[in-house]
Design a protein around this ligand. Sequence first.
Ligand SMILES: [Zn+2]
Length: 268
Amino acid sequence: MKKLFNIIVFVLSLLFITNNFANDNGHEKKKKSEHNVETEDCSHVHWGYKGEEAPEHWPDLCTSFSACGGTVQSPIDISKAVHDKHLDPIIFDYYRTKTNIINNGHTIQFNVDKGSTISVDHKDYKLLQFHFHALSEHTIGGKHYPLEIHFVHKNSDDDYAVLALLIKEGKPNPLLTKYLNKFPKYKNTSFRSLGKFELIKLLPHNKSYFHYNGSLTTPPCSEVVNWYVFRTALTASKSQLKKLSQMLHHNYRPVQPLNKRIISFSSE
Ligand SMILES: [Zn+2]
């Protein structure tokens, strides 16, 4: 009799545990689906610069692209800026690097070795990569430059610093002279170079900048970017610019409303 009682207790407790476990599982599932609504995986969603995938449609293409319709978006036109003598110079800790040049279908991107950083506004940011837009995304006094290079640095998921370098027509650009013929023409192809180059030499000697807070200029357009646009433009030759613009297929987002933001500038 005692044995039967023990068996009943055992079966009952087993049922209790299983039931609880199922509840926990259900709870987990719910939490997960709530989470998915907020950060829907949009990596499969096609976006581009013309037709139904054009920038004006980005906010509607996928839930996680909704920031593209936000109020602190990039790029912007830089017409009025105020001098801020408290803006510190950017401190560069850039090293020689090998590179993997990739064509991701949206741009040509140079991935660089780990280790190069900048320090600005009392924070450190790691350089991840740099890439090209043609025409320029930022405009100065309403005017585009033929090319803009973005050096993307990250402190954390919600704190990026992007340095924007404008390129005008003039003398050949040494980086393009070295690598333009190696640029991968087709989507998802790449070129790995084991030869090293000096990152700091890609930047202008005078590193004063325009500064404002904005976003990534491509989906998901996250509003997490401290922008530093160099006030000094560098050059590339007419034929280099022509060749690059043919490869980039007008990959520039139109300027976004400034809204209440103030653009400041530093001097050296
Ligand atoms: Zn960019």
